[in-house]
Design a protein around this ligand. Structure first.
Ligand code: GTP
Ligand code: MG
Length: 204
């Protein structure tokens, strides 16, 4: 609604700030406020989406190189925490190093008391992969509500759009922790950002 969109705009007009990068569960800030996170395969566009939503290009470091985000990065957004996670499903780095971020990412997703919602980012060109379903299973087991965001909508072929959406809906239907509503975005073109801001602002 108009009112929800206005609330979303107001929240994101406040300056978002980087707080810290965390490399172990013991480094997480006190769970004393509403928190939500962006999770997804490496290179799906998590950091870019945070920059696009906040209107701050260099806030979260985005890169062509998969595996750019290697820490659990905390940002403050008014009275909430916004969290950028390392990507999963990424093999092109030393095995032991990758294993460590992956362990942290999974521990975070399954054990963070104040995590109200995980946004699970999936490339609109491809839809959910096996590794996404594995994370969905972890979120189901951990009872963390998650909402799917299809990214890079500017890159999906018109002829694939409906098919991928349908496949994504069918996958979500199997997961009890999934919100049925899917948000379609393009950080590049700005598509869906207002909707996602409104969804985020409504999380209490
Ligand atoms: P990791 O930190 O490695 O897990 O990656 P990430 O999910 O944070 O992805 P990141 O935001 O770094 O983006 C990866 C690449 O995708 C970059 O080259 C971005 O410019 C590009 N990208 C992100 N969002 C979009 C989008 O909406 N459209 C297009 N065309 N490219 C995008
Ligand atoms: Mg990143």
């Amino acid at each position: 609604s108009e009112a929800e969109l206005a609330t979303g705009q107001a929240l994101f007009r406040k300056p978002a700030e980087f707080l810290k990068g965390v490399v172990a569960m013991s480094g997480l800030p006190d769970p004393d406020r509403v928190e939500f996170c962006f999770a997804g395969r490496s290179n799906v566009g998590k950091s870019s989406l945070i920059n696009a939503l906040t209107g701050r290009k260099g806030l979260a470091r985005a890169s062509n190189t998969p595996g750019r985000t290697q820490e659990v990065n905390y940002f403050t957004l008014e009275d909430r925490y916004l969290v950028d996670l390392p990507g999963y499903g990424f093999a092109n780095a030393p095995v032991a190093v990758v294993a460590e971020w992956q362990r942290l990412m999974r521990a975070y997703l399954s054990g963070r008391a104040n995590l109200r919602r995980a946004f699970l980012l999936i490339d609109h060109r491809h839809g959910p992969k096996a590794v996404d379903e594995e994370i969905m299973g972890l979120l189901d087991t951990s009872a963390v509500p998650f909402q799917t965001v299809l990214t890079k909508a500017d890159k999906v072929k018109a002829s694939d759009r409906a098919k991928v959406l349908e496949k994504t809906r069918a996958t979500l239907a199997k997961h009890p922790a999934a919100f049925p509503e899917i948000v379609v975005t393009s950080s590049e073109k700005g598509h869906g950002l207002e909707d996602l801001r409104a969804v985020i602002a409504a999380i209490t």
